[in-house]
Design a protein. Structure first.
Length: 234
């Protein structure tokens, strides 16, 4: 059986899988597939029929190579690389967002995974209608009163963020979770004592609470990483 026929068989087998969209874009009001929604099913199917998919990246392209493990023939799916410039994100966080999106789109293209177009399905934006207004007659000018001089306001104090502060601005929840995991691993690697880890968790407590509400399993892995890092200092 050729690699093309095996890939077509894999696509048909994936149609019968019970996949649900776990990604939620609360701002635009639609759901989407995350990698975790379809990658486990694809890997089971590929193992069963003898295919292997490997994603790689270079400066210009992201590539998914699907290989027939029986005869070595290959199908290549590629996508041009693009930059992510998320507000307030570190370079490693931007890189993580790019790699996650490229993996998701490569697998969806290869397996013909279809989901609604968030742009085309959005309702059209109507221009606001002009409102007729009447110009009121000018009011008589009141007698001017002497203006009291006010003291100059006290300028606001600038507070520098802690070295352990994590700042994430992501376009959707799935990307936010990926970026939070990457940022957490980076901060843990910077810690030099158990006190540093304690301060890091306290400073970013609202972010860890948000991570727990979005993905409890990922949150549990993050806490395990904290525990392991803390034990290494004793």
């Amino acid at each position: 059986m050729s690699v093309h026929k095996k890939l077509m068989q894999a696509r048909v087998m994936l149609l019968s899988a019970d996949m649900k969209k776990s990604g939620q874009n609360k701002f635009a009001g639609y759901s989407y597939f995350e990698l975790s929604d379809f990658i486990p099913e694809i890997q089971k199917i590929f193992y069963e029929i003898g295919l292997c998919g490997v994603v790689s990246f270079n400066i210009e392209y992201a590539t998914l190579c699907i290989t027939d493990v029986d005869d070595g023939t290959v199908i290549v799916v590629s996508s041009p690389m693009a930059d992510a410039n998320l507000k307030g994100a570190h370079p490693i966080q931007n890189l993580g967002a790019v790699l996650s999106y490229q993996r998701r789109y490569l697998w969806m293209a290869a397996m013909e995974i279809v989901e609604g177009d968030a742009i085309d399905s959005a309702p059209p934006v109507e221009a606001p209608k002009p409102v007729a207004t009447q110009t009121p007659a000018p009011a008589p000018k009141p007698a001017q009163k002497p203006v009291k001089q006010r003291p100059d306001p006290i300028p606001p104090q600038h507070v520098e963020p802690s070295r352990w502060t994590i700042i994430i601005d992501a376009p959707d929840d799935a990307t936010w979770v990926d970026m939070m995991v990457a940022a957490n691993e980076l901060k843990i690697s910077m810690a030099e004592s158990a006190d540093h880890l304690k301060e890091m968790f306290q400073v970013n407590k609202p972010l860890y609470d948000k991570l727990k509400s979005l993905n409890a399993s990922v949150y549990a892995d993050v806490i395990d990483n904290f525990s392991a890092a803390k034990k290494s200092f004793f």
